[in-house]
Design a protein around this ligand. Structure first.
Ligand code: CU
Ligand code: CU
Length: 360
């Protein structure tokens, strides 16, 4: 949503005056040097990948989280059984204010779940009882609104599960339906509460006992099975940051830090298939997207089916809160660096671009 008419200063003007952003160096085109590097599979030649990325390093220790860990750090909760023998998973989530570095030298006053953006990736199995103990230690009222099936009392909106600073609430529901979901704060103004960083992935793996005709596909999706272990799974939350309060994003990313997977490519074993849980929480822009280079993938919209809803595509778009599962393989490709990025190309230069590095 453009605020051009209300605010004559836009991110484009700001980025042209790059002094304001200090260490950022953003250029529009890939150089021949980079193209050559990609085709030979060697590491990119310079710190800024031929002028395509930010320059310098973000201090992940100071942030308290590393986007490379966020790719795979499933939180499966504290597990117990209820009197019916059903699995119960309990989670603790604390909202707190925290300044985070989203690009080298660019700091953002975030509101976080458990001190990180995105919040913890909650991973459960279809039919589990889920208990989320939420404490608000932030400076504003917050909620956790889950995308899933639950009662009105557990919806996490103002008037139903909203928590004042210092307060707490327990959300409790059955994990349904299986798929790739999300949670986020639903306090008002909603766009600010989401954009400040209060969101995370919520993955419900299918229970193969409930899907007798597609047991194998269900087991491949359920964490802990041998079929699932054959896959390389990553969670990617597409987000953006408005650093100057003009209702436009200056920085775009997957899992918060601009270009983090461009500078440190995601290593993949090319013999094993890849599955991405892709979620769009980008505020202010109506759409975000994912494009994979030199390959095509199958896509499961919302992850709520065991057969693809799109086959053999290399680009998908998502509106805010839309999400899905992407599956592909590089087994027949030569080893090298394979790019992925939003195909809103403006987002690429502003942080939303990375590489998979396939190993022989
Ligand atoms: Cu909030
Ligand atoms: Cu939502």
């Amino acid at each position: 949503m453009s605020s051009w008419f209300r605010h004559p200063i836009t991110r484009r003007l700001l980025l042209r005056g790059s002094a304001l952003l200090g260490p950022l160096s953003l250029t529009a085109t890939a150089t021949p040097a980079l193209a050559k590097t990609v085709s030979t599979g060697a590491r990119p030649p310079s710190d800024s990948l031929g002028g395509m990325t930010t320059v310098g390093e973000v201090d992940h220790d100071r942030n308290g989280f590393d986007p490379h860990h966020i790719l795979t750090d499933w939180d499966t909760g504290a597990v117990s059984r209820d009197r019916f023998g059903r699995t119960v998973r309990e989670f603790e989530i604390v909202a707190k204010d925290k300044e985070i570095e989203i690009a080298p030298g660019v700091f953002f006053p975030a509101w976080t779940y458990n001190g990180r953006v995105p919040g913890p990736t909650l991973r459960v199995t279809e039919g589990d009882r889920v208990i989320v103990r939420f404490r608000n230690r932030g400076s504003h009222p917050h909620t956790i609104h889950f995308h899933g099936i639950h009662s009105a009392r557990m919806d996490g909106v103002p008037g139903s599960g909203e928590v004042a600073p210092g307060g707490s609430f327990v959300y409790e529901f059955d994990a349904l339906p299986f798929g790739c979901h999300l949670y986020h704060c639903h306090s008002v103004p909603l766009k600010r509460h989401i954009h400040k960083g209060l969101y995370g992935a919520f993955i419900i793996d299918p229970d193969e006992a409930r899907h007798p005709d597609t047991q194998r596909a269900a087991r491949s999706r359920r964490l802990g099975t041998a079929e699932n272990a054959a896959w390389q799974e990553f969670v990617m939350v597409m987000n953006g940051f408005d650093t100057n309060l003009d209702d436009e994003n200056e920085i775009y990313a997957v899992n918060t830090v601009a270009h983090v997977y461009a500078k440190r490519p995601i290593p993949i074993d090319r013999k094993r298939p890849v599955r991405i849980y892709l979620i769009n929480v980008t505020e202010f822009d109506p759409l975000n997207s994912f494009h994979l280079h030199a390959n095509f993938f199958d896509y499961y919209d919302h992850g709520t089916t065991l057969t693809p809803t799109l086959r053999i595509v290399d680009t998908v778009m998502q509106c805010q809160a839309q999400r899905g599962i992407i599956e592909f393989s590089y087994k027949d490709h030569e080893p090298g660096l394979y790019m992925f990025h939003a195909h809103q190309t403006e987002f690429v230069e502003l942080g939303w671009m990375g590489f998979f590095e396939t190993k022989p």
